[in-house]
Design a binder for this molecule. Structure first.
Ligand code: HEC
Length: 269
């Protein structure tokens, strides 16, 4: 009985088109897969190095700019996935006419995409992909898959003051903060601040710079499974192409700084 119910659910899932919620300051709208597949700007695109499938892929896709009416380059957006992953996306990169170009790939319920791994679901129903990503240094965390919602929000600094470095923080720490937003925030919170529910908080109760000795934190970020291995580990490794040695130093400087000022901030309270 249970199995039958499940089978019906799954069948219902494939027959029914998915919905994408787009919440902009100018208004909210919901797009069905078929509306997007039939969008006048929909194209077939080729992605040579697909970050999620790790192979060349072809998609039916709509330019992101076509879905962002009224959004300006200075605005800020967030793509929320079904599993709680929340990618922070400056609108400027999504709207850019030069360099990397952002597309929303749409899974056709009649022709589903392959699973992301054996026994896993596909990257659908909606997947943010980029043509020419290197031209604008688009990192792997800017390829959110299984997207359910795209929403316009205030910038990270305004939404989460608890993430801000001290006013007199070094340039290194500030760059590290930008790298944190780009690479880590999609999965982690820090000081309880962030929208993701995926990975552990990186400052409360303790900051990894406090309990990883020597080079172990660098090693962990490069390849988490090289330090502690278990089958369900979900943190990806960050290669030199994604975070250079210098950027990794800057990122860790930000984390260490946040540990320092955490204690100062709580003492002054
Ligand atoms: C795709 C999601 C994801 C991204 C992106 C991500 N992490 Fe993680 N991270 C996790 C998860 C989940 C864990 C818990 C361990 C696991 O399942 O792999 C984790 C664990 C960690 C830990 C270990 C904490 C502990 O005490 O065991 C550290 C340190 C860490 N992440 C730092 C980072 C930094 C720094 C970045 C950005 C460069 C980052 N993570 C990006 C998902 C992510």
């Amino acid at each position: 009985m249970k199995a039958l119910f499940l089978a019906l659910l799954i069948m219902g899932g494939t027959a029914q088109a998915a919905q994408l919620e787009v919440q902009l300051n100018g208004g909210q709208r919901s797009w069905s897969s078929s509306e997007l597949l039939g969008h006048p700007q929909a194209r077939d695109i080729q992605i040579d190095e697909d970050v999620s499938y790790k192979q060349p892929m072809r998609y039916r896709a709509v330019p992101m700019s076509a879905l962002l009416d009224g959004v300006n380059a200075g605005d800020h957006l967030q793509a929320v996935a079904l599993d709680g992953f929340a990618a922070e996306l400056p609108a400027a990169t999504l709207l850019a006419r030069e360099g990397a170009k952002a597309w929303l790939a749409i899974e056709d319920p009649q022709h589903p995409w392959p699973p992301l791994a054996k026994g896993k679901p596909s990257a659908g129903p909606f997947y943010l992909v980029w043509t020419d990503p290197a031209a604008s240094q688009i990192g792997p965390e800017q390829w959110p898959f299984q997207v359910a919602q795209i929403r316009q929000l205030a910038a990270v600094e305004q939404r989460f003051p608890a993430l801000l470095p001290a006013a007199d923080a070094s340039a290194e720490v500030r760059t590290g903060f930008a790298l944190y937003q780009k690479n880590c925030m999609a999965c982690h919170r820090l000081n309880g601040a962030g929208d993701s529910e995926f990975g552990p908080d990186l400052n409360i109760p303790h900051n990894p710079t406090e309990y990883f000795t020597g080079d172990f934190l660098r090693q962990y970020i490069r390849n988490p499974q090289s330090l502690r291995r278990w089958p369900q580990g979900r943190m990806p490794g960050f290669t030199q192409q994604v975070l250079s040695e210098q950027e990794l130093t800057e990122l860790i400087a930000y984390l260490a700084h946040m540990a320092d000022i955490r204690d100062q901030r709580s003492e002054s309270q």
